[in-house]
Design a protein around this ligand. Structure first.
Ligand SMILES: N[C@@H](CCC(=O)N[C@@H](CS)C(=O)NCC(=O)O)C(=O)O
Length: 203
């Protein structure tokens, strides 16, 4: 399998999931600033929608959309317990989280990273703040979104929490989320993904 990714973007979530699952994969880097794809070609040539992540399967099929790629990866390695079995109520709970992170957090950042007006940026920060407060309450003292078990929903939430500083949001407002982010960042798969994407500060 091949994951098309861009540094520190939402593709970080499937990148971590692939490592958590212990699956073999290669990476192809998309440079968002230069709009170039490692090895040549264009991102649109890989995904007409023009964005990462794209997971290319060994038979050449390509899968897009973070929430779907995450579940696909989890289902390839059920013993890693990255998602409850399909058809169970717990699986719908996982999908509830994935959809929430995608539509109520991930996409709400848009004006903060794409030259939104000051009013749009303030609105986005306020909306994100309300959602972070709610997530913090839901997390309670449980280590992960689904309780005791780390799942692909955590891969996604961690990814979007990693953007707060760049978006001018002080995560310290939600100490529970600071702890959660720290806890997850210490996982070997997360460390390895950060290292590979060049996100580890040296010296
Ligand atoms: N709905 C898509 C959104 C993916 C998306 O927003 N990708 C961003 C990075 S987080 C991207 O590749 N942007 C390309 C660009 O801005 O050039 C998904 O869930 O996978």
């Amino acid at each position: 399998m091949k994951l098309y990714y861009a540094q520190a973007t939402c593709s970080f979530a499937p990148h971590v999931a692939l490592r958590e699952a212990g699956l073999p994969f290669t990476l192809v880097r998309y440079d968002m600033a230069a709009r170039t794809l490692e090895g040549g070609g264009s991102l649109e040539g890989i995904n007409e929608k023009g964005y990462v992540p794209v997971l290319e399967l060994d038979d050449g099929q390509r899968l897009t959309e973070v929430a779907v790629i995450l579940q696909y990866v989890a289902d390839l390695r059920p013993e890693a317990r990255l998602a409850p079995p399909a058809g169970t109520m717990e699986r719908y709970r996982l999908q509830e989280w994935l959809n929430f992170v995608a539509t109520e957090i991930h996409k709400i950042y848009w004006p903060l990273f794409h030259d939104g007006s000051d009013a749009e940026k303030a609105g986005a920060r306020a909306a994100l703040g309300r959602r972070f407060g709610w997530v913090e309450r839901r997390l309670g003292v449980g280590p992960f979104l689904m309780g005791e078990t780390f799942t692909v929903a955590d891969c996604y939430l961690l990814t979007v929490l990693n953007w707060t500083r760049a978006a001018g949001i002080d995560l310290a407002t939600w100490p529970g989320l600071v702890d959660y982010r720290k806890r997850l960042s210490e996982r070997p798969a997360v460390r390895a993904a950060r290292e590979t994407e060049g996100l580890v500060r040296r010296g």
